[in-house]
Design a protein around this ligand. Structure first.
Ligand SMILES: *[C@@H]1O[C@H](CO)[C@@H](O)[C@H](O)[C@H]1NC(C)=O
Length: 433
């Protein structure tokens, strides 16, 4: 009987397997993690437990040389010099994982010198040619199978949810009009289309692949001419997160990556809206990949913050840097996890954060702690946990999209300090695809 039940279960599983191509799991690896300290320091060898779950490994980030417009390693010492030679180390992982596709990504907000060059390059056919040739050369030289354009376009301006503290903004349509941040929008849109076309052409000679990453707060409606570019790329990864960050919105905290529009919010700033733009423009659903951020954004709460903790709420700037990642306003998933428990109520330690889950599965999880009597120690964090990562994967599956991406692996719990499982967000997403 037991065997029969197990057999029936197997059949049900087989029947449920979609007939379309297997879902992609794009694993971003940010090389910056190599120089973090102690527990946050991640070496290529730490990727190993993740790679059986990943279909693609995206190494970030290369940059652009301002005067020549060539695509170049951002950190020669780390990326290509003999001592570390990460490019080689990463592409050599293919010997152990033959199905893994390894991409080199350019931009990704890691390229901070002279950022105007991302616009200027799009305006000049000569600059584009220099970039394209150098990109193909880099891929060839180090054995990458594809190039990912995580293009650093101008960003939409942050908008307040409430005009003055106390009342929601009404008349969403009126107030969310776009203030242009770029007076050459059309030129840059056309330049990007040309760049994608030219790069695709050069890469396909060598059978290399091409993808696009839409960075947070880049308005794809402005810069991505979907019908013209979608057939030239293997997939597009939508980084639909960081809609709110302590840097952009120091006085107001909110869900950073809601799946759908929370009440009275900008209807354009959520995952479903980002996906819908591409689908509406007739992108094949299988080319769309949805990102899962592996970090939380944090804000300080003060005595003016609403004590219920429900977003949006008044805040006083970025939360304190995490003990390991050491970046203001950001905590890696294991750093959030550690703040949710303080089993011994140790003296001198702040009380743990209270986690608030979302039964509607539409907006996300947050956790918070009110300030103490001296107004200190208040914290609010919006983040993804294994449940919401799984929900996002389910969303992807229900819409027949191409897959998910983890941004990035170094901020997932790659050591397994939270529950003992390494890469809990990656695993949770993979299991629900
Ligand atoms: C993006 O651009 C479109 C077209 O200009 C505009 O209608 C929309 O409001 C913009 N979105 C944001 C979030 O600014």
């Amino acid at each position: 009987m037991k065997i029969l039940v197990a057999f029936a279960g197997l059949c049900a599983l087989a029947a449920a397997t979609p007939t379309t191509t297997a879902s992609k799991v794009l694993c971003y690896y940010d090389s910056k993690s190599y120089v973090r300290e102690s527990q946050a320091r991640m070496l290529p060898v730490d990727l190993d437990p993740a790679l059986s779950f990943c279909t693609h490994l995206v190494y970030g980030y290369a940059g652009i040389q301002p005067d020549t417009y060539k695509m170049v390693p951002l950190n020669e010492n780390l990326d290509v010099d003999r001592t570390h030679a990460n490019y080689r180390t990463i592409t050599n992982l293919k010997t152990k994982y033959p199905g893994l596709k390894v991409f080199l990504s350019v931009g990704g907000d890691a390229d901070t010198e002279d950022v105007q060059k991302y616009n200027l390059l799009l305006e000049s056919p000569q600059a584009r040619t220099a970039f394209v040739n150098s990109a193909v050369l880099l891929a060839d030289q180090y054995g990458f199978e594809g190039i990912d354009l995580a293009w650093q376009f101008p960003r939409v301006k942050p908008k307040k949810i409430r005009s003055s503290w106390g009342s929601f903004w009404h008349g969403v349509k009126k107030t969310f009009g776009s203030t242009p941040v770029d007076d050459k929008e059309t030129e840059h849109r056309e330049g990007f289309t040309a760049l994608v076309r030219e790069l695709k052409q050069a890469l396909s000679v060598k059978n290399h692949m091409l993808s696009i990453t839409v960075l947070p707060n880049v308005n794809a409606t402005v810069y991505c001419d979907v019908p013209s570019i979608i057939n030239l790329v293997d997939f597009v990864n939508l980084q639909a997160f960081d809609y709110f960050t302590p840097e952009r919105n120091p006085k107001e905290a909110d869900y950073t990556s809601p799946l759908y529009t929370p009440q009275n919010r900008n209807p354009e700033q959520n995952v479903d809206a980002a996906v819908s733009y591409w689908l509406r423009s007739n992108a094949p659903s299988q080319k769309i990949v949805v990102a899962i951020p592996t970090f939380g954004r944090t804000w300080k709460l003060d005595s003016d913050s609403e004590i219920a903790g429900v977003p949006p709420l008044h805040t006083d700037g970025a939360g304190e840097a995490g003990p390991y990642t050491k970046i203001e306003g950001l905590l890696s998933y294991p750093e959030v996890c550690a703040k949710l428990i303080n089993p011994n109520h140790q003296k001198g330690m702040r009380p743990h954060l209270r986690k608030v889950t979302d039964p509607s599965k539409r907006f996300g999880t947050y956790a918070f702690r009110l300030p103490d009597d001296n107004g200190e120690g208040g914290l609010w964090v919006s983040y993804e946990d294994p449940d919401t990562a799984g929900q996002r994967a389910s969303y992807v599956k229900s819409k027949n999209l191409g897959g998910v991406s983890l941004v990035d692996l170094s901020l997932d719990d790659f050591r397994g300090t939270c529950t003992g499982d390494k890469y809990p967000l990656l695993r949770a997403a993979k299991y629900r695809l």
